[in-house]
Write a protein that binds this ligand. Structure first.
Ligand code: HEM
Length: 127
């Protein structure tokens, strides 16, 4: 890339997600899915969902190359004391996939989102 010009590659995923409105729709769909998921919804019973929503939007926006800065805690810190299992993580990923289908993300975009979240598993599980 050259100085003063936006890098077309860097925010490609952000664009595929539909920018901020698209990310907001995705996070809302994911939170709805998790809320209805009896396997994991009790983890969220004392969580401020407006706060979580804002932080998830920031995180996905930043990770996809968008113009945001994630202001939340590290993944280790955010999930510490929960002792989340592999099964909890798998349920969360299933809910995320259902949400991505709800907002009709293209398959290649879905794969890229899963590629962002998958590597965080060691920071989330067993903390
Ligand atoms: C890669 C997967 C995951 C990502 C990217 C993620 C992301 C986040 C983020 C950004 C926060 C807010 C951090 C903060 O409060 O500063 C958070 C909090 C939380 N996450 Fe996750 N999370 C993941 C997996 C999971 C799973 C599998 C569960 C449970 C099944 C879970 C349950 C929670 C709960 C309950 C909170 C709220 C904590 C509180 O109320 O203080 N997360 N997560």
């Amino acid at each position: 890339s050259s100085p003063g010009k936006p890098d077309v590659q860097k925010d490609a995923l952000y664009q595929s997600l539909g920018g901020m409105p698209g990310i907001e729709r995705l996070v809302d769909a994911a939170l709805t899915q998790v809320h209805g998921d009896l396997r994991i919804n009790l983890f969220f019973e004392n969580t401020d969902l407006a706060d979580l929503r804002r932080l998830l939007i920031e995180q996905i926006c930043q990770a996809s190359g968008g113009p945001c800065t994630y202001t939340g805690r590290s993944m280790e810190e955010a999930h510490s004391g929960m002792n989340l299992s592999e099964a909890d993580f798998a349920a969360f990923v299933e809910d995320l996939i259902a949400a991505m289908n709800t907002v009709q993300l293209a398959e290649s975009t879905q794969q890229q989102v899963l590629g962002l979240f998958g590597p965080m598993k060691p920071q989330v599980v067993g903390q």
